[in-house]
Design a protein around this ligand. Structure first.
Ligand code: GLY
Length: 361
């Protein structure tokens, strides 16, 4: 085969979506990954949550996240049509609740922050929260609902993307890339999540998240994603139609360690059961840990690197699933036209390099 136009390193949802979009624009594409769809993509809970994942000081990321959320319905429809299978995309909204009075004060502070940014979230009393999710513990103090924060099943998303890329003529090569220089492609897109920092000079680090998968015999008796602060411990529970409930997640700076620990599982289950006692009746079917690709400002690295042949598409940290379609569209636009769309201007992979040069001077 002649050298492809684009070699995508990393077959998680970001790499596969970029490959799919590039192939749709007529580029010849290969994807390189020993186990496509594994890694962080298979651990993620799949929350599409621009509001309840918004953090103080991350406004540029919020703009990207909101644009991503707006694009999700069309992306989900187009991809499930192309793959011939559903993604488990649901638009039931997200409830954020407080277990203690201190947790409630923190959620009220968050609500003021959301309001200052014009983000849609309605404050709720404990009674109002329980009317939305009757399984909530009676002592829940209150919270808020973000109706625009949705969810998708990341494992179905990976499967659908693998099918769609195959149908679009992308070659998926199940091999590990040791050196980017060995790839004979016009351009290389580095979408290797937290491993990107080992292949190129990029400031990406692994941020471990332990996640549990629970199961009920039928569909869970709650449809909204439930996020909570339970005695200052953050936890989320994401229900799926097929009976799965994903509980997450720890945030740990432990390098490339993906061990599941007794303490991690205990803390997640304790917080989940404080908020939704019914969880104690569910089956615990899987425990796993994934590595989020974190960056110094926890925003992604999207665009041309110091090596003009190399394009970064990594560093999505807690928002990889949400940012998949918008990343794929922007990186494809960059590859096809040679210029990055305005939407990703704030995420130049070289932004930290400039800071260190200025500080060093
Ligand atoms: N997006 C949720 C997490 O990273 O745990």
């Amino acid at each position: 085969m002649n050298a492809p136009d684009v070699a995508v390193v990393g077959g998680g949802v970001i790499g596969l979506a970029i490959a799919w979009r590039c192939a749709q624009r007529g580029l010849r594409v290969t994807v390189h990954d020993p186990d496509p769809g594994s890694g962080a993509s298979s651990v993620a809970a799949g929350m599409l949550a621009p509001v309840t994942e918004a953090h103080f000081g991350e406004e540029p990321l919020l703009r990207l996240a909101l644009a991503a959320a707006r694009g999700w319905p069309e992306f989900a429809a187009e991809l499930s049509e192309a793959a011939g299978e559903p993604l488990g995309y649901r638009t039931d909204g997200t409830l954020l609740v407080a277990y203690t009075d201190d947790d409630l004060r923190e959620i009220q502070r968050l609500h003021r922050f959301y309001e200052s940014l014009g983000l849609p979230a309605e404050p709720l009393t404990g009674r109002e929260a329980r009317s939305l999710v009757p399984l909530l513990a009676p002592r829940i103090r209150g919270g808020m609902v973000a109706s625009g924060d949705h969810q998708v099943d990341p494992r179905r998303l990976s499967r659908a993307l693998l099918r769609a890329v195959a149908r679009a003529g992308v070659s998926v090569l199940r091999q590990r890339v040791e050196r980017l220089a060995d790839l004979a492609a016009g351009r290389v897109v580095l979408a290797a999540g937290c491993w990107a920092g080992q292949l190129a000079d990029l400031p990406v680090r692994p941020v471990k998240g332990q996640v549990l998968r629970l199961r009920t015999p039928g569909p869970p008796e709650f449809r909204l994603t439930v996020r909570a602060l339970a005695g200052a411990r953050p936890v989320y529970l994401v229900p799926r139609d097929d009976g799965e409930v994903v509980v997450g997640a720890t945030m740990e700076e432990r390098g490339y360690d993906v061990s599941v620990t007794v303490g991690g599982v205990y803390e997640l289950l304790r917080a989940a059961m404080d908020v939704l006692p019914e969880v104690g009746e569910y089956q615990l079917v899987e425990t796993c840990a994934g590595l989020r690709p974190g960056t110094p400002d926890n925003a992604p690295l999207l665009g041309v690197t110091a090596d003009p042949r190399l394009i970064a598409a990594t560093g999505h940290h807690r928002q990889g699933i949400l940012l998949t379609p918008v990343t794929a569209d922007a990186i494809t636009e960059l590859l096809v036209t040679g210029s990055p769309p305005e939407l990703i201007a704030a995420f130049d992979p070289q932004r930290f390099r400039r800071v260190s040069v200025e500080v060093g001077e």
